[in-house]
Write a protein that binds this ligand. Structure first.
Ligand SMILES: Nc1ncnc2c1ncn2[C@@H]1O[C@H](COP(=O)(O)OP(=O)(O)OP(=O)(O)O)[C@@H](O)[C@H]1O
Ligand SMILES: [Mg+2]
Length: 288
C-alpha cells in the first residue's frame, strides 16, 4: 500500500511540518532550578503520529505545551512550516494556535457552566465562523466521539470520561493540522480508550492529521506510528526490544516502529517504516 506517511530518505529531505531545535526549559521552585528539557530537538512531517510515554514528572506536558505554543522555551527555536513561531506576538500566536493546533489538555479546561455543544463551538466562534453552520459541524464531531445523547448537557453534569471526549471534540472541531493530546484517554475505560485511539488513527488516515499523544498506556501508544520518551531532558525514540535498551537522540528520518515492553529502557529507532498503518481499520499501527 502506498503510504503517504512513509518517512523514507526522500521524505526526510522535505521540510518538516514542525521542528524544535535546541529547546531548553527550566522551572524555578523555592529557589531550586528544575531542568525539564535540555537542548531537546524534535521534528515531524505532515501525517506522522507520535505517542509520548514515560513516568510522571519527566516533562511530557511541558514538551506538549511548547509544541502547542502555550509555553515559550527558555532557549531554542520552534519552526512550523518554516516559520519561527515564537517570533510572533501574543495576538498573532493565539490566532496561529486557533487555526493550526488542536490541543487536549491533561485537565481539559472545559467551561463547566456551558453545554457540551457550546464548549465545542467555542473555537469556531473565536475564529469568526457563522454560528448556525458551525453548530452542525460541532454536533457532528460530538456524535463521532459518542456523545450524541449529551449535546445539551452542561459539562458539570457529564462524567469524567464524557468530559474528556468533549475536550477531544473541541480540539478537533476546526480540523487542525496538528492534534496535541495530553492523556486524552486518562479517564476512560479500556473499551472507550481503544475507541478513541481508533478514531485518532481514522482521522490521521482520512485527513493526514499530524498527532502527538501523551499517554501512560503502552498498548494505546502503539496506535501511533512512533513512540518517544524523555530522557535527561531530551526526546528519544522508544524501541527497547530491538536494541537491548540503548537510546539515542531523536533521529529525523526515524520511523521507530516496534514493540516495546519497558518504556524505562528507550532504544534507538531502527527506522523500519510503518507501512501497516491504516491497513485494517482501527488496528494498532505496530501490532504484529
Ligand atoms: N510551573 C511550574 N513550576 C515549577 N515546576 C513545574 C512547573 N510546571 C511543571 N513543573 C515540574 O516539571 C516537571 C515536569 O512536569 P510535567 O507536567 O511536564 O510532567 P509530566 O511528564 O507531564 O507528568 P505527568 O505524567 O504526571 O502528567 C514536574 O516535576 C513538575 O512538578
Ligand atoms: Mg502531564
Amino acid at each position: 500500500m502506498d503510504n503517504p506517511n512513509t518517512n523514507d530518505a526522500g521524505r526526510a529531505k522535505e521540510m518538516p511540518l514542525l521542528q524544535l531545535s535546541g529547546v531548553s526549559k527550566q522551572f524555578v521552585h523555592n529557589g531550586n532550578t528544575i531542568e525539564i528539557l535540555n537542548d531537546a530537538s524534535f521534528s515531524m512531517h505532515t501525517g506522522e503520529t507520535i505517542a509520548v510515554i514515560g513516568e510522571s514528572g519527566i516533562g511530557k506536558s511541558t514538551f506538549l505545551h511548547i509544541l502547542g505554543t502555550l509555553d515559550r522555551p527558555d532557549q531554542g527555536t520552534f519552526h512550523f512550516q518554516g516559520r519561527n513561531v515564537f517570533e510572533m506576538g501574543d495576538a498573532k500566536l493565539a490566532e496561529f494556535r486557533n487555526k493550526r493546533i488542536g490541543f487536549v489538555f491533561q485537565f481539559h479546561y472545559l467551561l463547566a457552566e456551558f453545554t457540551a455543544l457550546e464548549n465545542v463551538m467555542m473555537p469556531g466562534l473565536i475564529a469568526g465562523r457563522k454560528k448556525k453552520e458551525f453548530r452542525t459541524e460541532a454536533e457532528a464531531i460530538l456524535v463521532r466521539v459518542g456523545l450524541k445523547e449529551r449535546l445539551s448537557h452542561r459539562v458539570n453534569d457529564l462524567s469524567g470520561g464524557e468530559q474528556q471526549r468533549v475536550a477531544l471534540a473541541r480540539a478537533l472541531v476546526l480540523k487542525p493540522q496538528i492534534l496535541l493530546a495530553d492523556e486524552p484517554t486518562g479517564n476512560l475505560d479500556k473499551k472507550n480508550s481503544a475507541q478513541v485511539h481508533e478514531f485518532l488513527v481514522e482521522l490521521n488516515r482520512e485527513m493526514q492529521m499530524t498527532m502527538v499523544v501523551v499517554t501512560h498506556n503502552m498498548e494505546l501508544a502503539q496506535y501511533m506510528q512512533r513512540q518517544m520518551t524523555i530522557v535527561d531532558g531530551r526526546l528519544v525514540a522508544v524501541n527497547a526490544e530491538k536494541t537491548g535498551g540503548k537510546y539515542a537522540n531523536m533521529d529525523y528520518s526515524c520511523s521507530g516502529v516496534g514493540l516495546f515492553h519497558d518504556h524505562r529502557r528507550p532504544g534507538v529507532c531502527l527506522g523500519t517504516g510503518f507501512s501497516e498503518i491504516g491497513k485494517d481499520r482501527g488496528k494498532p499501527a505496530n501490532r504484529r
